[in-house]
Design a protein around this ligand. Structure first.
Ligand code: PSU
Ligand code: MN
Length: 300
């Protein structure tokens, strides 16, 4: 049930560097119609570095690894594209339905297809008030179980960042800052917390991934790549809009898998384009770095 695009199939067969890309950010994390244009730019960022992009999504019961321009458009605009984490995959695929894939499900499907590097925006993690709601993203467990390299701008700043870092420690997931001692804060350059470790080159990541495999460890390696300070969302605006978004989610009873898209949507509606600009920038940067890491893992 997995269909590789011709480009991805031949890249994998000939040992070229491939970068997996998720589709939830496209279908549910960015507003239409800009989402399609952004998806194209993310793929172009990977190609510009000499690597092959493999955007992953489920359409009409088929898992696509690598989307044609037509399929990319369907993921961006079709109204029947739900959000599938790992637990949703069996029903969506066997039922012939369509869904965008999260960090968790994209990692799983990428690994099945033999892809070793993945770029996203911000990871899911422990939600604020998780001590009451138990809302913790399935991304965390997936990161403990799937040996892939994930490039991200940290975890989404709408979450409880220190609790998420604690869970990543418990789950034995290596977390490094790329070129920084600080753990990035998604829309913000600095989450306010230290990165557990630091690396400065893509070759170091490739060496870590190699060692992880030799040690028979199963965890992903999380590479946190921050926005430069002059490209981040204004921190005062961030904190104000986040407080409003969390309050709106509470008032409207938004919970579970709808929470993240709702809060990100609130940002995009209330920052006059600033959150969108920061989100696009950070994903493009992550895609570029992931492509460089993929090349380094192929010995380039
Ligand atoms: N990064 C972004 N925007 C997004 C996401 C990541 O810049 O929308 C998505 C990812 O697919 C991630 C998901 O896996 O949000 C987390 O959702 P949840 O908190 O429901 O697990
Ligand atoms: Mn959740």
């Amino acid at each position: 049930m997995i269909q590789l695009s011709d480009e991805v199939a031949s890249a994998l067969a000939s040992g070229r560097a491939v970068v997996a890309l998720e589709s939830t950010i496209l279908a549910h994390g960015l507003p239409r119609p800009d989402n399609l244009e952004v998806a194209r730019r993310i793929e172009a960022a990977v190609r510009d570095q000499g690597s092959v992009p493999a955007t992953i999504a489920v359409l009409d019961g088929i898992v696509h690894v690598g989307l044609s321009p037509e399929l990319l458009e369907q993921v961006a605009f079709r109204d029947d594209v739900t959000k599938a984490s790992i637990r949703d995959l069996p029903a969506v695929i066997s039922g012939g339905r369509s869904a965008a894939t999260t960090v968790a499900s994209t990692s799983h499907l990428a690994h099945l297809a033999g892809i070793r590097v993945f770029a996203t925006g911000g990871l899911g993690g422990v939600h604020r008030e998780a001590s009451v709601t138990f809302d913790e993203s399935a991304d965390l467990l997936a990161l403990a179980q799937i040996p892939i390299v994930v490039v991200c701008a940290g975890v989404k700043s709408i979450l409880d960042v220190p609790a998420t870092l604690e869970r990543l420690e418990t789950l034995s997931v290596p977390v490094v800052g790329f070129g920084t001692d600080r753990f990035p804060g998604f829309y913000l350059s600095d989450s306010g917390f230290a990165a557990p470790a630091r690396v400065d080159t893509q070759q170091e990541i490739a060496a870590m991934a190699n060692m992880r495999n030799m040690l028979r460890l199963t965890q992903a390696i999380v590479v946190g790549y921050p926005l430069p300070a002059d490209e981040q969302l204004d921190p005062a605006m961030h904190d104000r809009v986040l407080a409003e978004a969390l309050e709106a989610a509470r008032a409207q009873g938004i919970s579970g898998k709808d929470a993240t898209p709702f809060i990100l949507g609130h940002f995009h509606d209330h920052t006059a384009g600033e959150s969108m600009r920061a989100n696009v920038r950070l994903v493009l940067r992550n895609a570029e770095l992931a492509a460089r890491i993929a090349l380094a893992m192929h010995g380039a």
